[in-house]
Design a binder for this molecule. Structure first.
Ligand code: ZN
Ligand code: ZN
Length: 223
């Protein structure tokens, strides 16, 4: 089979990630070399999931708490290292939708352990939908039951990377509800592809709390 990332043809025995992934579609697999370039987060900050020596709140999460927001308790699976950066580049920005299957199984398994009532993927803007053609987060969790509760408000551009961190932190609420519903008593799990500043997820959580959600947690493939 050909490795989904580097296209190397290999007949190595099943590697760890492949075993995790025991894939519906046999040809979507990573060679051992590619697999080893991804690094699982072993101990993460209780707030944002970043790799740390202990799980105590990192400086950024401490600052989020000081804004009065309820801590997200974010879970992230992999460190955002060079391999993950390249994966995202290829998947998201080059639009290689086939790559969604690589982490699908491991991410869905993790989501299942979190026992949420409702799974809510972070939406992409209409502009992104037109140009990219897909929501990368929904691709990653293919097979999970989720609800489209959020949309990106009109006028919001998706080019976050053009802004520096401070501007991003100050941006106003980028989301609105698809429909007005009561989330009274519900445990919500927000899903995103990458946790960067937390801004996206905290804004999304804020809206869901306004609709009565009892608790909002979040997960991402990478942090
Ligand atoms: Zn490879
Ligand atoms: Zn943190």
């Amino acid at each position: 089979m050909n490795c989904q990332l580097c296209q190397t043809n290999s007949n190595h025995r099943l590697s760890l990630l492949q075993t995790f992934n025991v894939i519906k579609n046999q040809k979507k697999q990573l060679c051992q070399t590619c697999e080893l370039t991804f690094t699982l987060i072993t101990v993460g900050c209780l707030g944002c999931g970043r790799q740390q020596k202990t799980n105590q709140l990192c400086h950024d999460c401490y600052r989020w708490q000081q804004t009065g927001k309820k801590l997200l308790n974010h879970t992230a699976l992999y460190q955002y290292n060079d391999a993950m950066r390249q994966f995202m580049q290829q998947y998201k920005f080059n639009g290689d939708y086939d790559l969604r299957v690589i982490f699908n199984r491991v991410l869905n398994q993790q989501i299942n352990t979190l026992n949420a009532d409702i799974i809510v993927p972070i939406p992409v803007s209409e502009h992104t939908m037109k140009t990219r053609g897909f929501n990368q987060t929904i691709g990653l969790i293919e097979g999970m039951a989720y609800e489209h509760l959020l949309k990106v408000s009109a006028g919001q551009k998706s080019h976050q990377s053009q802004f520096n961190r401070k501007i991003r932190m100050m941006r106003k609420q980028p989301f609105s509800m698809m429909k007005q519903i009561s989330l009274e008593g519900k445990e919500i799990l927000l899903v995103d592809d990458v946790y960067t500043t937390g801004n996206t997820l905290y804004h999304a959580a804020e809206l869901l709390y306004e609709c009565g959600a009892q608790n909002v947690r979040s997960i991402s493939l990478s942090r």
